[in-house]
Design a binder for this molecule. Structure first.
Ligand code: NI
Length: 258
Protein backbone atom coordinates (compact mmCIF):
# COMPACT_ATOMS: atom_id res chain seq x y z
CA UNK A 1 0.00 0.00 0.00
CA UNK A 2 1.02 3.57 -0.70
CA UNK A 3 0.63 6.55 1.67
CA UNK A 4 0.15 9.97 0.03
CA UNK A 5 1.28 12.31 2.80
CA UNK A 6 0.05 15.57 1.27
CA UNK A 7 -3.19 15.98 -0.66
CA UNK A 8 -5.64 18.84 -1.11
CA UNK A 9 -8.85 17.00 -1.90
CA UNK A 10 -10.38 19.86 0.09
CA UNK A 11 -10.13 22.46 -2.69
CA UNK A 12 -12.57 23.47 -5.42
CA UNK A 13 -10.70 21.56 -8.16
CA UNK A 14 -12.25 18.38 -6.69
CA UNK A 15 -15.79 19.73 -6.17
CA UNK A 16 -17.22 17.69 -9.03
CA UNK A 17 -15.53 14.33 -8.50
CA UNK A 18 -14.12 14.11 -4.99
CA UNK A 19 -15.59 10.65 -4.34
CA UNK A 20 -14.43 9.25 -7.69
CA UNK A 21 -10.93 10.65 -7.10
CA UNK A 22 -10.76 8.92 -3.72
CA UNK A 23 -11.95 5.67 -5.31
CA UNK A 24 -9.28 5.88 -8.03
CA UNK A 25 -6.63 6.35 -5.35
CA UNK A 26 -7.79 3.24 -3.50
CA UNK A 27 -7.82 1.23 -6.72
CA UNK A 28 -4.22 2.34 -7.40
CA UNK A 29 -3.17 1.03 -3.98
CA UNK A 30 -3.08 4.40 -2.23
CA UNK A 31 -4.67 3.22 0.96
CA UNK A 32 -3.94 6.17 3.21
CA UNK A 33 -3.64 9.92 2.76
CA UNK A 34 -3.41 13.13 4.73
CA UNK A 35 -5.64 15.99 3.60
CA UNK A 36 -3.90 19.25 4.42
CA UNK A 37 -5.97 22.31 5.37
CA UNK A 38 -4.46 25.79 5.31
CA UNK A 39 -7.23 28.40 5.73
CA UNK A 40 -10.82 29.01 6.90
CA UNK A 41 -12.35 27.02 4.03
CA UNK A 42 -9.96 24.11 3.55
CA UNK A 43 -9.42 23.21 7.22
CA UNK A 44 -13.08 22.30 8.01
CA UNK A 45 -13.25 20.34 4.75
CA UNK A 46 -10.08 18.41 5.65
CA UNK A 47 -11.65 17.46 8.99
CA UNK A 48 -14.93 16.51 7.31
CA UNK A 49 -13.14 14.14 4.91
CA UNK A 50 -11.17 12.60 7.78
CA UNK A 51 -14.43 11.99 9.63
CA UNK A 52 -16.08 10.47 6.57
CA UNK A 53 -13.29 8.05 5.55
CA UNK A 54 -11.39 5.80 7.99
CA UNK A 55 -8.26 5.85 5.77
CA UNK A 56 -8.10 9.66 5.48
CA UNK A 57 -6.36 11.83 8.08
CA UNK A 58 -6.15 15.60 8.39
CA UNK A 59 -3.48 18.21 9.02
CA UNK A 60 -4.38 21.74 10.07
CA UNK A 61 -2.23 24.85 9.73
CA UNK A 62 -2.15 28.39 8.46
CA UNK A 63 -0.49 29.10 5.12
CA UNK A 64 2.33 31.70 5.19
CA UNK A 65 0.88 33.57 2.21
CA UNK A 66 -2.11 34.45 4.42
CA UNK A 67 -0.07 35.13 7.58
CA UNK A 68 -1.32 38.73 7.56
CA UNK A 69 -4.85 37.44 8.37
CA UNK A 70 -3.77 35.28 11.33
CA UNK A 71 -4.92 36.44 14.78
CA UNK A 72 -5.21 34.91 18.25
CA UNK A 73 -8.65 33.73 17.14
CA UNK A 74 -7.12 31.54 14.44
CA UNK A 75 -4.50 30.23 16.87
CA UNK A 76 -7.18 29.15 19.35
CA UNK A 77 -9.19 27.60 16.52
CA UNK A 78 -6.17 25.60 15.29
CA UNK A 79 -5.50 24.33 18.80
CA UNK A 80 -9.08 23.13 19.21
CA UNK A 81 -9.06 21.33 15.86
CA UNK A 82 -5.59 19.86 16.38
CA UNK A 83 -7.02 17.90 19.31
CA UNK A 84 -9.41 16.10 16.94
CA UNK A 85 -8.49 12.37 16.92
CA UNK A 86 -8.03 12.28 13.12
CA UNK A 87 -5.68 15.28 13.01
CA UNK A 88 -2.15 13.88 12.77
CA UNK A 89 0.02 16.97 12.10
CA UNK A 90 0.11 20.75 12.19
CA UNK A 91 0.61 22.49 8.86
CA UNK A 92 1.13 23.40 6.31
CA UNK A 93 3.04 26.30 7.80
CA UNK A 94 6.33 27.98 6.94
CA UNK A 95 7.62 30.83 4.80
CA UNK A 96 6.73 31.85 1.25
CA UNK A 97 8.91 34.56 -0.30
CA UNK A 98 7.43 34.15 -3.77
CA UNK A 99 4.09 35.83 -3.12
CA UNK A 100 4.21 39.18 -1.31
CA UNK A 101 0.78 39.35 0.36
CA UNK A 102 2.27 38.93 3.87
CA UNK A 103 5.49 40.67 4.98
CA UNK A 104 8.40 38.43 5.97
CA UNK A 105 8.36 39.43 9.64
CA UNK A 106 4.63 38.66 9.89
CA UNK A 107 5.19 35.27 8.25
CA UNK A 108 8.00 34.49 10.69
CA UNK A 109 5.84 35.43 13.68
CA UNK A 110 2.89 33.27 12.56
CA UNK A 111 5.29 30.40 11.79
CA UNK A 112 6.79 30.64 15.31
CA UNK A 113 3.35 30.65 16.93
CA UNK A 114 2.42 27.47 15.09
CA UNK A 115 5.70 25.71 15.91
CA UNK A 116 5.10 26.51 19.58
CA UNK A 117 1.59 25.09 19.32
CA UNK A 118 2.97 21.89 17.75
CA UNK A 119 5.43 21.54 20.61
CA UNK A 120 2.69 22.17 23.17
CA UNK A 121 0.56 19.41 21.56
CA UNK A 122 3.56 17.19 20.71
CA UNK A 123 2.59 16.92 17.04
CA UNK A 124 4.76 16.83 13.90
CA UNK A 125 4.96 19.88 11.63
CA UNK A 126 4.40 20.07 7.85
CA UNK A 127 6.63 22.73 6.28
CA UNK A 128 5.74 24.82 3.24
CA UNK A 129 8.87 26.45 1.82
CA UNK A 130 9.06 28.71 -1.18
CA UNK A 131 12.38 30.45 -1.76
CA UNK A 132 12.99 30.65 2.00
CA UNK A 133 15.11 27.60 2.87
CA UNK A 134 17.79 29.28 4.98
CA UNK A 135 15.33 31.33 7.03
CA UNK A 136 13.16 28.26 7.61
CA UNK A 137 16.07 26.16 8.87
CA UNK A 138 17.25 29.01 11.12
CA UNK A 139 13.79 29.52 12.57
CA UNK A 140 13.21 25.80 13.15
CA UNK A 141 16.55 25.64 14.95
CA UNK A 142 15.77 28.70 17.09
CA UNK A 143 12.40 27.24 18.08
CA UNK A 144 13.88 23.77 18.72
CA UNK A 145 11.44 22.12 16.32
CA UNK A 146 13.61 19.00 16.49
CA UNK A 147 11.67 17.97 19.58
CA UNK A 148 8.60 17.30 17.39
CA UNK A 149 10.11 16.91 13.89
CA UNK A 150 7.94 16.75 10.82
CA UNK A 151 7.98 16.90 7.04
CA UNK A 152 9.76 19.04 4.51
CA UNK A 153 6.78 19.03 2.14
CA UNK A 154 7.68 18.83 -1.55
CA UNK A 155 11.37 19.29 -0.80
CA UNK A 156 12.68 21.48 -3.58
CA UNK A 157 16.30 22.23 -2.69
CA UNK A 158 19.66 20.76 -3.54
CA UNK A 159 20.93 18.00 -1.30
CA UNK A 160 23.12 20.58 0.48
CA UNK A 161 20.32 21.30 2.97
CA UNK A 162 19.40 17.68 3.63
CA UNK A 163 21.70 17.22 6.60
CA UNK A 164 20.28 20.22 8.47
CA UNK A 165 16.72 18.93 7.95
CA UNK A 166 17.57 15.36 8.96
CA UNK A 167 19.39 16.59 12.06
CA UNK A 168 16.15 18.30 13.16
CA UNK A 169 14.21 15.01 12.85
CA UNK A 170 12.47 16.01 9.65
CA UNK A 171 11.41 13.64 6.90
CA UNK A 172 11.93 14.55 3.25
CA UNK A 173 8.81 14.33 1.11
CA UNK A 174 9.12 14.13 -2.68
CA UNK A 175 6.38 14.68 -5.23
CA UNK A 176 5.78 15.17 -8.95
CA UNK A 177 8.94 17.22 -9.66
CA UNK A 178 11.12 14.12 -9.16
CA UNK A 179 9.57 12.79 -12.40
CA UNK A 180 10.06 15.97 -14.44
CA UNK A 181 12.51 16.01 -17.31
CA UNK A 182 15.36 18.49 -16.85
CA UNK A 183 14.94 18.40 -13.05
CA UNK A 184 18.27 17.11 -11.72
CA UNK A 185 17.95 18.43 -8.15
CA UNK A 186 14.98 16.37 -6.91
CA UNK A 187 16.52 13.31 -8.60
CA UNK A 188 19.78 13.80 -6.69
CA UNK A 189 17.77 14.24 -3.49
CA UNK A 190 15.78 11.06 -4.20
CA UNK A 191 19.05 9.13 -4.29
CA UNK A 192 20.56 10.81 -1.22
CA UNK A 193 17.77 10.71 1.38
CA UNK A 194 18.16 7.87 3.90
CA UNK A 195 15.42 5.32 3.22
CA UNK A 196 14.03 5.68 6.74
CA UNK A 197 13.41 9.43 6.21
CA UNK A 198 11.80 9.35 2.78
CA UNK A 199 8.11 10.15 2.13
CA UNK A 200 6.04 10.49 -1.03
CA UNK A 201 3.22 12.90 -1.80
CA UNK A 202 1.26 14.42 -4.66
CA UNK A 203 0.32 17.88 -3.29
CA UNK A 204 -2.65 17.41 -5.61
CA UNK A 205 -4.25 19.19 -7.46
CA UNK A 206 -0.81 20.78 -8.02
CA UNK A 207 2.49 19.43 -9.42
CA UNK A 208 1.19 16.44 -11.38
CA UNK A 209 3.98 13.96 -12.23
CA UNK A 210 5.08 13.09 -15.74
CA UNK A 211 3.20 12.26 -18.04
CA UNK A 212 0.40 14.33 -16.50
CA UNK A 213 2.51 17.44 -15.91
CA UNK A 214 0.40 20.60 -16.23
CA UNK A 215 -2.85 18.71 -15.68
CA UNK A 216 -4.77 18.27 -12.44
CA UNK A 217 -2.91 16.01 -10.04
CA UNK A 218 -4.63 13.35 -7.89
CA UNK A 219 -3.57 10.87 -5.16
CA UNK A 220 -3.54 7.85 -7.52
CA UNK A 221 -0.50 9.40 -9.24
CA UNK A 222 1.66 9.10 -6.12
CA UNK A 223 2.52 5.63 -7.44
CA UNK A 224 4.37 7.33 -10.33
CA UNK A 225 6.48 9.27 -7.82
CA UNK A 226 7.33 6.02 -6.01
CA UNK A 227 8.22 4.30 -9.31
CA UNK A 228 10.57 7.11 -10.30
CA UNK A 229 12.33 7.03 -6.92
CA UNK A 230 12.68 3.24 -7.14
CA UNK A 231 14.26 3.57 -10.60
CA UNK A 232 16.64 6.31 -9.41
CA UNK A 233 17.76 4.22 -6.43
CA UNK A 234 17.80 1.00 -8.48
CA UNK A 235 15.61 -0.92 -6.02
CA UNK A 236 12.28 -2.75 -6.52
CA UNK A 237 9.16 -0.58 -6.23
CA UNK A 238 8.09 -2.60 -3.17
CA UNK A 239 11.12 -1.32 -1.25
CA UNK A 240 10.07 2.30 -1.73
CA UNK A 241 6.39 1.47 -1.18
CA UNK A 242 7.05 -0.27 2.12
CA UNK A 243 9.62 2.21 3.45
CA UNK A 244 7.62 5.35 2.68
CA UNK A 245 4.41 3.86 4.10
CA UNK A 246 6.11 2.69 7.29
CA UNK A 247 7.79 6.09 7.66
CA UNK A 248 4.47 7.90 7.31
CA UNK A 249 2.72 5.60 9.78
CA UNK A 250 5.55 6.10 12.28
CA UNK A 251 5.68 9.89 11.90
CA UNK A 252 1.89 10.32 12.19
CA UNK A 253 1.66 7.94 15.15
CA UNK A 254 -0.46 5.40 13.22
CA UNK A 255 1.71 2.28 13.46
CA UNK A 256 -0.52 0.65 16.08
CA UNK A 257 -3.71 0.97 14.04
CA UNK A 258 -2.12 -0.23 10.77
NI1 NI B 1 0.15 21.78 0.03
Amino acid sequence: MFFDTHVHLNVKQFDDDQTETINRAREAGVEKMVVVGFDHETIPEAIRLAEQYPFIYAAVGWHPVDAIDFTSKELTWLEELARHPKVVALGEMGLDYYWDKSPKDVQADVFRQQIRLAKKLDMPIIIHNREATEDIIKLLQEEDAASVGGIMHCYNDSKDYLQACLAMNFYISLGGPVTFKNAPLPKEVAQAVPLDRLLIETDCPFLAPHPYRGKRNEPAYVTLVAKQIAALRDVPLEVIEKATTTNALRLFGLLEEK
